[in-house]
Design a protein around this ligand. Structure first.
Ligand code: FMN
Length: 302
Protein backbone atom coordinates (compact mmCIF):
# COMPACT_ATOMS: atom_id res chain seq x y z
CA UNK A 1 0.00 0.00 0.00
CA UNK A 2 1.37 3.38 -0.99
CA UNK A 3 1.35 5.94 1.81
CA UNK A 4 1.52 9.54 0.60
CA UNK A 5 0.70 11.06 3.97
CA UNK A 6 3.09 13.61 5.39
CA UNK A 7 3.00 16.17 8.16
CA UNK A 8 3.86 19.79 8.72
CA UNK A 9 4.68 20.57 12.33
CA UNK A 10 2.27 17.95 13.61
CA UNK A 11 -0.54 18.67 11.15
CA UNK A 12 -1.19 15.56 9.10
CA UNK A 13 -1.70 15.90 5.33
CA UNK A 14 -3.19 13.00 3.38
CA UNK A 15 -0.76 13.78 0.58
CA UNK A 16 2.02 16.37 0.08
CA UNK A 17 0.20 18.70 -2.35
CA UNK A 18 -0.73 22.14 -1.02
CA UNK A 19 -2.63 24.85 -2.89
CA UNK A 20 -0.36 27.93 -2.73
CA UNK A 21 -1.54 31.34 -1.61
CA UNK A 22 -3.08 33.81 -4.06
CA UNK A 23 -4.22 31.31 -6.66
CA UNK A 24 -7.87 30.67 -5.73
CA UNK A 25 -8.63 33.64 -3.48
CA UNK A 26 -10.06 33.65 0.03
CA UNK A 27 -13.61 32.50 -0.66
CA UNK A 28 -14.43 29.18 0.95
CA UNK A 29 -15.88 27.60 -2.23
CA UNK A 30 -12.71 27.49 -4.35
CA UNK A 31 -10.75 26.35 -1.30
CA UNK A 32 -13.27 23.51 -0.84
CA UNK A 33 -12.88 22.67 -4.54
CA UNK A 34 -9.12 22.27 -4.06
CA UNK A 35 -9.83 19.68 -1.33
CA UNK A 36 -12.48 17.97 -3.49
CA UNK A 37 -9.72 17.65 -6.07
CA UNK A 38 -7.43 15.91 -3.60
CA UNK A 39 -5.25 18.75 -2.27
CA UNK A 40 -3.55 17.74 0.99
CA UNK A 41 -3.87 21.32 2.30
CA UNK A 42 -4.97 24.66 0.87
CA UNK A 43 -3.74 28.19 1.45
CA UNK A 44 -5.97 31.23 1.19
CA UNK A 45 -4.87 34.40 -0.57
CA UNK A 46 -2.93 36.61 1.83
CA UNK A 47 -5.27 38.72 3.92
CA UNK A 48 -4.11 42.18 4.85
CA UNK A 49 -4.72 45.05 7.22
CA UNK A 50 -6.87 47.28 5.04
CA UNK A 51 -9.01 47.13 1.87
CA UNK A 52 -6.83 47.22 -1.27
CA UNK A 53 -7.86 47.33 -4.92
CA UNK A 54 -4.69 45.78 -6.23
CA UNK A 55 -2.96 46.82 -9.43
CA UNK A 56 -4.48 47.57 -12.83
CA UNK A 57 -4.56 45.02 -15.64
CA UNK A 58 -2.69 43.45 -17.22
CA UNK A 59 -1.62 42.05 -13.88
CA UNK A 60 -0.94 38.39 -14.79
CA UNK A 61 0.71 37.16 -18.00
CA UNK A 62 2.01 33.84 -19.30
CA UNK A 63 5.41 34.58 -20.86
CA UNK A 64 6.02 31.07 -22.11
CA UNK A 65 8.23 29.68 -19.35
CA UNK A 66 6.09 30.70 -16.41
CA UNK A 67 3.79 33.45 -15.19
CA UNK A 68 4.55 37.03 -14.26
CA UNK A 69 2.09 38.65 -11.87
CA UNK A 70 1.66 41.94 -10.13
CA UNK A 71 -1.83 41.55 -8.74
CA UNK A 72 -0.81 43.64 -5.74
CA UNK A 73 -2.59 41.85 -2.90
CA UNK A 74 -6.18 42.98 -3.55
CA UNK A 75 -8.63 42.21 -0.78
CA UNK A 76 -11.22 43.68 1.56
CA UNK A 77 -8.97 43.73 4.65
CA UNK A 78 -9.32 41.36 7.60
CA UNK A 79 -12.03 43.30 9.40
CA UNK A 80 -14.42 42.85 6.47
CA UNK A 81 -14.09 39.10 6.07
CA UNK A 82 -15.99 37.52 8.95
CA UNK A 83 -18.46 35.73 6.68
CA UNK A 84 -15.62 34.08 4.75
CA UNK A 85 -13.59 33.35 7.89
CA UNK A 86 -16.59 31.70 9.48
CA UNK A 87 -17.04 29.38 6.49
CA UNK A 88 -13.31 28.67 6.23
CA UNK A 89 -13.24 27.71 9.90
CA UNK A 90 -15.79 24.95 9.21
CA UNK A 91 -13.56 23.18 6.68
CA UNK A 92 -12.20 19.99 8.26
CA UNK A 93 -9.12 19.66 6.05
CA UNK A 94 -6.00 21.75 6.79
CA UNK A 95 -6.55 25.32 5.63
CA UNK A 96 -3.49 27.58 5.78
CA UNK A 97 -4.36 31.18 6.62
CA UNK A 98 -1.93 33.50 4.83
CA UNK A 99 -1.56 37.00 6.21
CA UNK A 100 0.50 40.08 5.36
CA UNK A 101 1.05 43.42 7.00
CA UNK A 102 2.83 46.72 6.55
CA UNK A 103 4.47 46.40 9.94
CA UNK A 104 4.72 43.94 12.80
CA UNK A 105 1.66 45.46 14.48
CA UNK A 106 -0.47 44.57 11.43
CA UNK A 107 0.73 40.97 11.49
CA UNK A 108 -0.01 40.69 15.21
CA UNK A 109 -3.41 42.39 14.98
CA UNK A 110 -4.54 40.14 12.13
CA UNK A 111 -3.29 37.08 14.00
CA UNK A 112 -5.20 38.04 17.15
CA UNK A 113 -8.33 38.76 15.13
CA UNK A 114 -8.38 35.46 13.23
CA UNK A 115 -7.59 33.33 16.29
CA UNK A 116 -11.29 33.17 17.15
CA UNK A 117 -11.74 31.16 13.95
CA UNK A 118 -9.25 28.55 15.17
CA UNK A 119 -6.86 28.48 12.20
CA UNK A 120 -4.64 25.40 12.30
CA UNK A 121 -1.82 27.10 10.43
CA UNK A 122 -0.93 30.75 9.83
CA UNK A 123 1.45 31.54 6.97
CA UNK A 124 3.31 34.85 7.02
CA UNK A 125 3.59 36.41 3.60
CA UNK A 126 6.73 38.43 4.26
CA UNK A 127 7.85 38.08 0.67
CA UNK A 128 5.42 39.72 -1.75
CA UNK A 129 7.37 41.55 -4.44
CA UNK A 130 4.37 43.35 -5.94
CA UNK A 131 3.79 45.82 -3.21
CA UNK A 132 5.84 48.68 -1.93
CA UNK A 133 7.80 47.42 1.08
CA UNK A 134 6.25 43.99 0.44
CA UNK A 135 9.52 42.20 0.98
CA UNK A 136 10.75 44.30 3.87
CA UNK A 137 10.55 41.44 6.33
CA UNK A 138 12.02 38.63 4.27
CA UNK A 139 15.13 40.47 3.14
CA UNK A 140 16.60 41.05 6.55
CA UNK A 141 17.15 38.28 9.07
CA UNK A 142 16.38 40.47 12.10
CA UNK A 143 13.10 41.70 10.62
CA UNK A 144 12.12 38.17 9.56
CA UNK A 145 12.89 36.90 13.06
CA UNK A 146 11.06 39.77 14.77
CA UNK A 147 7.84 39.31 12.83
CA UNK A 148 7.98 35.54 13.33
CA UNK A 149 8.55 35.90 17.07
CA UNK A 150 5.80 38.49 17.52
CA UNK A 151 3.23 36.45 15.61
CA UNK A 152 4.30 33.26 17.37
CA UNK A 153 3.74 34.97 20.74
CA UNK A 154 0.30 36.15 19.67
CA UNK A 155 -0.70 32.94 17.91
CA UNK A 156 -0.99 30.80 21.06
CA UNK A 157 -0.81 27.18 19.84
CA UNK A 158 -1.34 27.90 16.16
CA UNK A 159 1.41 26.80 13.80
CA UNK A 160 3.29 29.70 12.22
CA UNK A 161 5.05 29.39 8.86
CA UNK A 162 7.01 32.31 7.39
CA UNK A 163 7.11 32.27 3.60
CA UNK A 164 10.48 33.33 2.31
CA UNK A 165 11.60 35.29 -0.71
CA UNK A 166 14.20 34.07 -3.19
CA UNK A 167 15.11 37.72 -3.84
CA UNK A 168 17.89 37.69 -1.26
CA UNK A 169 21.60 36.98 -1.20
CA UNK A 170 21.39 34.28 1.46
CA UNK A 171 18.01 32.63 2.02
CA UNK A 172 19.53 30.16 4.49
CA UNK A 173 20.36 32.82 7.08
CA UNK A 174 16.76 34.10 6.90
CA UNK A 175 15.40 30.57 7.38
CA UNK A 176 17.75 29.93 10.32
CA UNK A 177 16.72 33.23 11.94
CA UNK A 178 13.03 32.32 11.55
CA UNK A 179 13.61 28.89 13.07
CA UNK A 180 15.40 30.45 16.06
CA UNK A 181 12.50 32.91 16.43
CA UNK A 182 10.04 30.04 16.84
CA UNK A 183 8.79 29.27 13.33
CA UNK A 184 7.15 25.83 13.15
CA UNK A 185 8.00 25.35 9.48
CA UNK A 186 9.30 27.34 6.50
CA UNK A 187 7.67 27.87 3.12
CA UNK A 188 10.19 28.51 0.32
CA UNK A 189 9.72 30.28 -2.07
CA UNK A 190 7.53 33.17 -3.10
CA UNK A 191 7.92 34.64 -6.62
CA UNK A 192 11.14 36.02 -8.18
CA UNK A 193 11.23 39.69 -9.15
CA UNK A 194 11.12 39.90 -12.93
CA UNK A 195 10.01 41.91 -15.94
CA UNK A 196 8.88 41.35 -19.53
CA UNK A 197 8.92 44.09 -22.20
CA UNK A 198 6.75 44.09 -25.32
CA UNK A 199 9.34 45.20 -27.86
CA UNK A 200 6.74 46.22 -30.44
CA UNK A 201 4.87 48.43 -27.99
CA UNK A 202 8.22 49.39 -26.44
CA UNK A 203 6.61 49.08 -23.03
CA UNK A 204 6.62 46.71 -20.07
CA UNK A 205 3.82 44.17 -20.52
CA UNK A 206 2.48 44.45 -16.97
CA UNK A 207 0.71 47.66 -16.05
CA UNK A 208 2.74 47.66 -12.81
CA UNK A 209 5.81 47.18 -15.05
CA UNK A 210 7.57 44.62 -12.83
CA UNK A 211 6.16 41.54 -11.20
CA UNK A 212 6.76 38.22 -9.52
CA UNK A 213 7.77 35.26 -11.67
CA UNK A 214 6.35 31.82 -10.92
CA UNK A 215 5.90 28.51 -12.71
CA UNK A 216 8.42 26.18 -14.42
CA UNK A 217 11.10 28.90 -14.86
CA UNK A 218 11.63 29.17 -11.09
CA UNK A 219 11.67 25.46 -10.21
CA UNK A 220 15.47 25.05 -10.20
CA UNK A 221 15.78 28.16 -8.04
CA UNK A 222 13.19 26.84 -5.60
CA UNK A 223 14.85 23.41 -5.49
CA UNK A 224 18.22 25.01 -4.74
CA UNK A 225 16.68 27.14 -1.95
CA UNK A 226 14.96 24.15 -0.34
CA UNK A 227 18.11 22.00 -0.66
CA UNK A 228 20.24 24.63 1.10
CA UNK A 229 17.66 25.40 3.80
CA UNK A 230 17.17 21.68 4.54
CA UNK A 231 20.86 21.33 5.45
CA UNK A 232 20.62 24.09 8.02
CA UNK A 233 17.30 23.79 9.85
CA UNK A 234 15.34 21.04 11.62
CA UNK A 235 11.77 22.28 11.11
CA UNK A 236 9.83 21.05 8.05
CA UNK A 237 9.86 22.86 4.72
CA UNK A 238 7.04 23.44 2.25
CA UNK A 239 8.79 23.54 -1.13
CA UNK A 240 7.05 25.94 -3.51
CA UNK A 241 7.98 27.10 -7.00
CA UNK A 242 7.34 25.60 -10.40
CA UNK A 243 5.82 22.30 -9.29
CA UNK A 244 3.77 21.24 -12.31
CA UNK A 245 3.79 17.43 -12.25
CA UNK A 246 4.56 14.45 -10.06
CA UNK A 247 8.24 14.34 -11.03
CA UNK A 248 8.63 18.01 -10.01
CA UNK A 249 7.00 17.25 -6.66
CA UNK A 250 9.32 14.30 -6.06
CA UNK A 251 12.34 16.41 -6.98
CA UNK A 252 11.32 19.03 -4.42
CA UNK A 253 10.71 16.37 -1.77
CA UNK A 254 14.10 14.79 -2.48
CA UNK A 255 15.63 18.26 -1.97
CA UNK A 256 14.13 18.28 1.53
CA UNK A 257 10.51 19.42 1.34
CA UNK A 258 7.94 17.64 3.51
CA UNK A 259 5.17 18.96 1.24
CA UNK A 260 4.94 20.99 -1.96
CA UNK A 261 3.13 24.22 -2.77
CA UNK A 262 1.30 24.30 -6.09
CA UNK A 263 0.32 27.64 -7.59
CA UNK A 264 0.82 28.34 -11.30
CA UNK A 265 0.16 24.70 -12.18
CA UNK A 266 -3.52 25.30 -11.35
CA UNK A 267 -3.46 27.69 -14.31
CA UNK A 268 -1.61 25.20 -16.53
CA UNK A 269 -3.46 21.99 -15.62
CA UNK A 270 -6.73 23.02 -13.96
CA UNK A 271 -8.16 22.67 -10.47
CA UNK A 272 -7.77 18.87 -10.62
CA UNK A 273 -3.97 19.31 -10.78
CA UNK A 274 -3.71 18.03 -7.20
CA UNK A 275 -5.24 14.63 -8.01
CA UNK A 276 -3.18 14.45 -11.20
CA UNK A 277 0.08 15.14 -9.35
CA UNK A 278 -0.85 12.64 -6.62
CA UNK A 279 -1.37 9.95 -9.28
CA UNK A 280 1.93 10.82 -10.96
CA UNK A 281 3.74 10.63 -7.61
CA UNK A 282 2.16 7.20 -7.01
CA UNK A 283 3.27 5.97 -10.42
CA UNK A 284 6.86 7.05 -9.76
CA UNK A 285 6.84 5.44 -6.31
CA UNK A 286 5.52 2.18 -7.73
CA UNK A 287 8.10 2.12 -10.50
CA UNK A 288 10.87 2.85 -8.00
CA UNK A 289 9.71 0.56 -5.17
CA UNK A 290 8.89 3.17 -2.55
CA UNK A 291 5.87 2.75 -0.28
CA UNK A 292 6.24 5.81 1.92
CA UNK A 293 6.55 9.35 0.61
CA UNK A 294 8.31 10.23 3.88
CA UNK A 295 11.24 8.04 2.88
CA UNK A 296 11.94 10.41 0.00
CA UNK A 297 12.22 13.61 2.04
CA UNK A 298 15.76 14.95 1.66
CA UNK A 299 17.01 11.73 0.05
CA UNK A 300 19.09 13.69 -2.48
CA UNK A 301 21.38 14.77 0.38
CA UNK A 302 22.64 11.25 1.07
C1 FMN B 1 -1.44 35.34 -9.45
C2 FMN B 1 -0.61 35.01 -8.23
C3 FMN B 1 -0.96 35.56 -6.99
C4 FMN B 1 -0.20 35.26 -5.85
N1 FMN B 1 -0.59 35.78 -4.64
C5 FMN B 1 0.10 35.44 -3.51
C6 FMN B 1 -0.34 35.86 -2.23
O1 FMN B 1 -1.37 36.52 -2.06
N2 FMN B 1 0.41 35.49 -1.15
C7 FMN B 1 1.54 34.73 -1.26
O2 FMN B 1 2.17 34.42 -0.23
N3 FMN B 1 1.96 34.29 -2.46
C8 FMN B 1 1.27 34.62 -3.58
N4 FMN B 1 1.69 34.14 -4.80
C9 FMN B 1 2.89 33.28 -4.87
C10 FMN B 1 2.52 31.79 -4.89
O3 FMN B 1 1.85 31.42 -3.70
C11 FMN B 1 3.78 30.91 -5.03
O4 FMN B 1 4.65 31.12 -3.95
C12 FMN B 1 4.54 31.23 -6.33
O5 FMN B 1 3.64 31.47 -7.39
C13 FMN B 1 5.49 30.10 -6.73
O6 FMN B 1 4.79 28.89 -6.92
P1 FMN B 1 4.30 28.37 -8.37
O7 FMN B 1 5.50 28.39 -9.27
O8 FMN B 1 3.77 26.99 -8.11
O9 FMN B 1 3.25 29.32 -8.83
C14 FMN B 1 0.94 34.42 -5.95
C15 FMN B 1 1.28 33.87 -7.20
C16 FMN B 1 0.53 34.14 -8.33
C17 FMN B 1 0.91 33.51 -9.65
Amino acid sequence: MLDLSTSIAGVKLKNPTILSSGILGTSPDPIKRAFENNAGAATIKSIGPEPRNGNNNPSVIDFGHGLLNAVGLPGPGYKNMDVEFNELSKIKEPVIWSIYGNDIKDFVNITKYILKYNPKIIELNISCPNKENGMLFSQDKKSAANVTKSVKNAAEKTIVIPKLSPNVTNIVEIAVACEKAGADAINAINTMQAMVINIDAKKPVLHYKKGGMSGPAIKPIAVRCVYDIYENIKIPIIGTGGITNGRDAIEMIQAGASAVGIGSAVYYRGINVFGKIVNEIKEWMQENDYNLIKELIGIAHK
